[in-house]
Design a protein around this ligand. Structure first.
Ligand SMILES: Nc1ncnc2c1ncn2[C@@H]1O[C@H](COP(=O)(O)OP(=O)(O)OP(=O)(O)O)[C@@H](O)[C@H]1O
Ligand SMILES: [Mg+2]
Length: 266
């Protein structure tokens, strides 16, 4: 579905001019890797404030590549990205880092520091904003940062485990800590790349529910990749589907094409 169709009730925007509440505007986005050619090309989409978007597609379709490109870690071969109304590709690296400070990221593997406490791991989430031991050891972090980290742990239901070593947690608990670590900077946008892929079904459900609640509660925008189509349609309001280097699907969950998303995998 084209963007014009998806948002046909909003005033007609000027060509390629993002609307006011657009957090991410991608235009003509093309990414090629050396010796591989284009992963995707000419992709256009807007993501609006507060949306919950599932990014789906088969292995190798380019989901992680797209996420890394939006984060500024991959420079697109052509096209543009506006993040919070600012041209991500034209801005200097320091400015990119400032923009990234408003973005939380949760990966498939939680990458907690095993020997440190849960609280210290969450405080790690503020590292982009401050450096040195005060930024990462809970015993010397400022009172304000500790309070924020405890609040983030409370949001994911783990405040009572703050002083436990990270390596004593279950996979589901660890991933919840990773969400708290992403939340501690009070991001306006959260990217999660297969956040529950390594969890059992019950823990995965639990973690997706936490995502849903905390992002809705904070009014944050959520973009997550998944191979679980049930999660995509229950925890997102909109689905972007990559296939064959194009955005084959861009639709609200209740307006998905007949046959749903399974066609993306044929
Ligand atoms: N650094 C790289 N150099 C060259 N090719 C790469 C690189 N990273 C990814 N690719 C290729 O780009 C394509 C897209 O990879 P990507 O990891 O974005 O897919 P994905 O949709 O996230 O897949 P998965 O569902 O397996 O995580 C794949 O063909 C992959 O092999
Ligand atoms: Mg991936």
């Amino acid at each position: 579905m084209s963007l014009a169709l998806a948002y046909s009730d909003s005033p007609a925007p000027a060509p390629y001019a993002p609307a006011r509440d657009v957090e991410i505007a991608a235009r003509g986005l093309t990414v090629s890797y050396r010796h591989r050619g284009a992963v995707f090309s000419g992709i256009d989409f807007d993501i609006r404030r507060g949306e919950r978007v599932a990014l789906v597609g088969s292995n190798g379709a380019g989901k992680s590549t797209l996420m890394k490109t939006l984060l500024g870690f991959i420079v697109p071969t052509s096209g543009s990205i506006e993040m919070f109304g600012q041209d991500m590709c034209a801005m200097p690296q320091k400015k990119q880092r400032d923009v990234r400070a408003s973005i939380g990221f949760v990966a498939q593997k939680h990458n907690l520091v095993p020997r440190l406490s849960v609280l210290s791991n969450v405080i790690h989430g503020t590292l982009g904003a401050r450096s040195g031991p005060r930024g990462w050891l809970h015993s010397v972090a400022s009172r304000e940062i500790r309070a924020r980290a405890l609040h983030a742990l409370d949001q994911v239901g783990l405040a009572d485990l703050a002083l436990r070593r990270a390596d004593s947690l279950s996979g589901g608990q660890s991933q919840r800590v990773a969400i708290a670590r992403a939340l501690v900077c009070e991001p306006r946008l959260i990217f999660a790349d297969e956040p529950v892929a390594s969890l059992d079904p019950a823990a995965g459900e639990d973690v997706m529910q936490v995502f849903e609640e905390v992002t809705r509660g904070a009014g944050a925008t959520l973009v997550f990749t998944t191979h679980n189509l049930d999660h995509a349609t229950r925890y997102a309001g909109r689905v972007l589907g990559l296939q064959g280097g194009t955005l084959a699907i861009d639709a609200a969950v209740d307006a998905l094409p007949q046959g749903g998303l399974i066609g993306l995998y044929s």
